[in-house]
Design a protein around this ligand. Structure first.
Ligand SMILES: *Cc1c(COP(=O)(O)O)cnc(C)c1O
Length: 389
């Protein structure tokens, strides 16, 4: 059995090495390192793939979130509601812009922001909701878009973990995550489902005016060379990263299929095992059939495969897996509302029962495009033996 890795970027690279090496060398020889044709081509190809009107590449997923919020014209004091159980980047940029982050609890089965908790957190100052499609599964966008409409709020989708996923609405229509709200952000960090070989990110929107504002904002607020109309930032995707992404984008559905296939095998092995809760795919899901990314279901793309260990032995299990050469992760070990930087008097522990529980129970197993059957067998057997002992 090959050594088990949490993420196997090398194995994935080996399969497309020739194409990557050639295109990276071509960029170097062209010396069009910044804003070169590769970036424009990637932008157009990603727009096509997503069915989004505008993709604006930028330097990373955190910048993408920040610029999306700047583009919407949010102002200091505006309240922005987001999930308590996610990576800190989401709340960080809200705070950085002097907006007021309002953290709310998540759903125990999908790990995603709870629409009922959003409703309770709305005040006259609320201006936006940031659902994070955590671990690769869409948040409940029917409910979130409905709440936003009723209260006249912007929806900014943090799609850093969900690229390629789709959401099936109650009316039967299906859209890719990141194309549903007013604007969305994603990350091309190497370990993300569509990762480059350095840092990268993008903003998506179907709104022509917003796209125009954002295109200037990523480039020092310039709409005409050396005319600075608004305060912007410098946030660019470079041509070498764009060419890597161009090589990988045509494989994205296949990569996500490989992740879903691995998740199915994990689920099957853990079926009926006491104290193990497998990740639930909500709604009309293609989790249950073996087809490729089908575009007619809620397609979970398993950025992470995350179990809940409900007998209090999560930390002991981590030790046991490490002892057996199996890497694993805890995403996330501390609720954002308990982080020193984001404490706020308005929070009451009683408002976060789910996050407070999840941080003690979750464990993410190796998940990537190159997992082999014997590895999955070894991982699942090691987990089961320990949990049943
Ligand atoms: C990775 C990630 C980000 C940040 O992306 P970077 O490219 O690392 O800046 C933001 N939000 C979520 C949910 C993420 O997983």
């Amino acid at each position: 059995m090959k050594k088990i890795q949490m993420v196997d970027l090398k194995g994935q690279y080996e399969k497309i090495k020739e194409q990557i090496d050639t295109s990276v060398l071509d960029v170097i020889q062209s010396t069009a390192f910044i804003n070169g044709p590769e970036v424009k081509s990637f932008q157009a190809e990603l727009e096509q793939y997503l069915g989004a009107k505008h993709v604006i590449p930028c330097a990373n997923g955190t910048d993408a979130l920040q610029i999306a919020m700047m583009g919407l014209g949010l102002e200091p004091g505006d309240e922005v509601i987001t999930a308590d159980f996610t990576f800190a980047a989401t709340v960080e940029v809200i705070a950085l812009l002097k907006l007021t982050p309002v953290l709310v609890d998540v759903e125990p089965d999908s790990f995603n922001i709870d629409p009922e908790a959003i409703k309770k957190a709305i005040t006259p100052k609320t201006k936006a909701i940031v659902p994070v499609h955590l671990f690769g599964q869409s948040a409940n966008m029917d409910a979130i878009m409905q709440i936003a409409k009723e209260h006249n709020l912007f929806v900014i989708e943090d799609n850093a973990q969900g690229i390629g996923a789709s959401y099936k609405f109650e009316d039967g229509s299906v859209a890719k995550t990141g194309t549903i709200g007013h604007v969305a952000s994603t990350s091309f960090f190497p370990s993300k489902n569509l990762g480059c070989y350095g840092d990268g990110g993008a903003i998506f929107t179907n709104d022509d005016d917003l796209a125009h504002i954002i295109r200037g904002m990523v480039n020092h607020g310039m709409y005409k060379r050396y005319h600075h109309d608004v305060v912007g930032v410098n946030s660019r995707l470079d041509s070498i990263q764009a060419t890597v992404l161009r090589a990988k984008l045509p494989n994205l559905d296949q990569y996500n299929d490989a992740r879903r296939a691995a998740a199915r095998k994990y689920n099957k092995a853990f079926e009926g095992i006491e104290h193990i809760v497998t990740p639930k795919v909500k709604g009309n899901s293609c989790d249950t059939h073996e087809e490729k990314i089908c575009n007619t279901c809620n397609c979970h793309v398993f950025h992470q495969y995350t179990l809940r260990i409900t007998n209090g032995k999560r930390d002991a299990l981590i030790q046991h897996l490490n002892d057996n050469g199996i890497p694993c992760g805890v995403y996330y070990p501390i609720p954002l509302h308990s982080q020193k930087a984001y404490q706020d008097e308005r929070y009451d522990e009683a408002d976060f029962p789910v996050t407070n529980q999840l941080v003690k129970e979750v464990i993410s197993l190796p998940m990537h495009t190159e997992l082999e059957n014997d590895q999955i067998k070894f991982i699942t057997q090691t987990v089961i033996d320990f949990v049943q002992s």
